[in-house]
Design a protein around this ligand. Structure first.
Ligand SMILES: [Zn+2]
Length: 221
């Protein structure tokens, strides 16, 4: 993705997250897009609710800042994004927020199960796992994320224990939609637990969704 497209997509994604209340009250988030195999564009800190052209840094996925000044608080989370790009080639966009319902699960150390069908459209067929708490951006935290991402291809988001959520998709736009859907799922599951709890999707649903996605893609092409 070229740098201008990446900036535009991230700005739109951030505005959508803000408007949907997914940055919670603190408007805390960091967003990135893959530029090439080994470079990414990331928000450089500060106010993510109102990003502009100057809100970004170009960073190599080994953590080296190539362009733009990254604020100290933001420097800690470079590896959180970079490691996911290194671990999963198909990832083109990453978003970290404290989305209000998904973060409830992070605080309770409870994975978000895939029981809300729309989640599967984003390729999420595995529960969003909880990564054990460690200081944000620390080796322990980053290793935990990489291990989870590497273990199962159906993981599209992880919960950072006692902290928030990290979601990753094909692009910043898709990842913003995924995050919105994940937070909807979390809210619905919490509500379902008031009336007997969520129920699993039938096992064949996962195969059927894959089949339908393929059909749709073939028709489109
Ligand atoms: Zn955070």
């Amino acid at each position: 993705m070229d740098i201008q497209t990446a900036k535009r997509e991230i700005m739109l994604a951030a505005a959508a997250l803000r408007d949907a209340g997914l940055m919670f009250r603190g408007h805390h988030a960091n967003l990135s897009a893959r530029l090439s195999t080994d470079t990414m564009l990331m928000t450089r800190g500060g106010n993510v609710a109102n990003l502009d052209e100057d809100s970004f840094a170009v960073i190599r996925t080994d953590g080296t800042v190539l362009e733009g000044e990254v604020m100290p608080a933001q420097a800690e989370i470079i590896q959180m994004h970079a490691a996911v790009y290194r671990a999963k080639e198909s990832v083109g966009g990453i978003i970290h927020t404290h989305a209000p319902h998904a973060t409830v699960f992070a605080l309770a150390h409870e994975p978000i199960p895939v029981v809300y069908e729309p989640l599967m459209r984003f390729g999420m067929t595995e529960p969003a796992p909880v990564i054990a708490w460690a200081p944000r951006g620390s080796d322990a935290s980053v290793n935990g994320i990489v291990e989870a991402v590497g273990a199962k291809p159906g993981i599209a988001a992880v919960l950072l224990a006692n902290h928030g959520v990290l979601a990753f998709g094909k692009s910043p736009a898709e990842t913003a939609q995924l995050l919105a859907t994940l937070d909807e799922a979390a809210e619905l599951i919490l509500n379902a637990r008031l009336i007997g709890g969520e129920k699993p999707l039938p096992r064949e649903a996962f195969a059927q969704i894959e089949e339908r996605k393929r059909e749709f893609e073939t028709t489109k092409a």
